[in-house]
Write a protein that binds this ligand. Sequence first.
Ligand code: 6R9
Length: 674
Amino acid sequence: MDSYTDGYFSPNEDVTRVAHCKTMEEYKEIYGESINDPDKFWGNYAKNFYFKTFPDKNLFDYNFDIRKGDVYIKFAEDAITNISYNCLDLKVENGLGDVVAFYWEGNDPLDCTSITYKQLLDEVCKFSNVLKSLGVKKEDKVAIYMPMILELVVAMLACARIGAVHSIVFGGFSAESLCNRILDASCDVIITADGMYRGTKLVKLKNIASEAVKLCSEANHKVTTCITVKHVTAKSFSDEETKRPSMRPCLDLQLSWNKDVDRWWHDLMANASTTCEPEWMKSEDTLFILYTSGSTGKPKGILHHITGYMLWASATHKYTFDYHPGDVYFCTADIGWITGHTYVTYGPLLNGATSVIFEGVPYFPDQSRLWAIVDKYQVSKFYTAPTAIRSLMKHGEEPVKKYKRTSLQVLGTVGEPINPEAWLWYRNVIGNGKCSIVDTFWQTETGGHVLTPLPGCTPTKPGSATFPFFGIVPSVLSDEGKEITSSDEGYLVFNKPWPGMMRTIHGDHKRFEGTYFTRFPGYYVPGDGCIRDKDGLFWITGRIDDMINVSGHLLSTAEVESSLITHHLVSEAAVVGRPDPIKGECLYCFVTLLDGVEFTPGIVIELKGKVREHIGGFSIPDYIQSAPALPKTRSGKIMRRVLRNVARDNHDLGDISTMADESVIGVLFANRVG
Ligand code: 6R9
């Protein structure tokens, strides 16, 4: 058990007994080694993996200071390896061939299967050969738009095996968003599935993918091949089973099919060989592109490269979850986000772990689904988002108490700041008061955890991501770029690279430098506010740019605004975040319609439809209000600070002396919604 004194939870003794890192003294010692001699530290860690050419002694080569020239980061440049080999072949060679790599749990509780390391290797080799037979080669970009099914893991590892670059697009994005990502990365091949269930809702993924392919061709880019997994129409079930609304097979899927482009996954796989020599890759070859929102509205294609990402994914998964053989690990994130890339696929496989991969949603068939899964597979390490915890909290303890959850040891959170109530509920109710909580702060850009407690080692305070992971040197800077030593809020920054950080933005290195390296020359600036308390613990306070974190998904205000403006009756739009008890933040939009046009409920529905169409269903605004005029400075800048206060119904607006026309304020408050 742990104990609570002076605002701290002490490390849990049961976890400490087996932990890789058992005390803060030990943490400080290992941390010191990682900072003082990073080459030696990561050189040693690399010995866990197979390299055709082992990394040289001088691993890091970088410039973080824009004043001295272009920013660049290189790691172990001379080393040669293959990450799919290290995830699969190496595990089979080490005797883990019959170990379960994934338990797959479908949307319907009766729909489940599992796959061993050896079986996964065979599938990956087969699909690698399929991709090669379609002409996909090293450095080609492949778009993946799939549900949480095993074929998604197979597809990404097959890309990695043959040196192709995967660009996975979350299945909640619209055809237009998918098209923009295909165009940005110039993908010729896309992999999808016929459809997926989310609870009782059927999403016709293939038809959205077909629409995206059509939009691409209108933009003069030809997608040559679209490979579709037969998923919701896959197997035959008994009559009883087909009556279940969420159960495959789905009988009325009208797939849009173009015989010049479309191929079935199972047809291509039928005669593929299970042998495929990996493409031996240089460390700094690209492993994947993953798009994340950017404050200008255009998503940024973040690039991760092979060896650095591989070591980072493995080391963070091992230490942050205190992973040991025999654990069953369950991360609820979708692979379409970075958490799924690093902590569903790569981290666990690189460590030979057994994981649960879950297709469904936490509330189907009822609010206790996640705990049913925990008991079913005896999950010991569990990882989810604060928004999921808060929405489960709303339903009380009863759905949780239906299951024992006694196998749980470590509970992780990610995606947004976690409020202390949710942290305590996670610990006390979900974890039966006997688990270690790890609040992990990181980003698509960082590749893996950068601030996090280590279970059984770090004393924790609810709401703090505590201390840096090995190799990370964080500081907090003031507006003037001075290091803040008191507990005042400032900008979180990092003064040197770590192996797993991004290398650039696809096709736009200037934007990479401008976004992350110009605010404070010499530092990587992630865009989050931070406080370092008197005991040295880090507390993330949220975004300091125009990004809004809705249920752990970062959205740019500019992107939502440009979707709203596509409506023919809208002249101007401004979007701000408003605190939300479940989602953390939600979108609150102000729209100015063309002169003489009436603001009606019908227009609100159409505007929500525009955002769904341009970005995707997960980004639909909660509130849209009429703003006959927006508050602006005399130089014409929208005063978002004022709009944030209107959205929160806070009449204390602070200094508004720069506002061009103060009379708009009364109208804005009068038109508030929600
Ligand atoms: C992994 C992921 C990154 C942004 C990040 C920050 C927020 C993530 C957090 C957190 C406070 C945590 N964030 N984890 N804020 N505490 N433990 O979420 O990546 O989608 O790129 O979002 O999410 O604002 O900058 P990504």
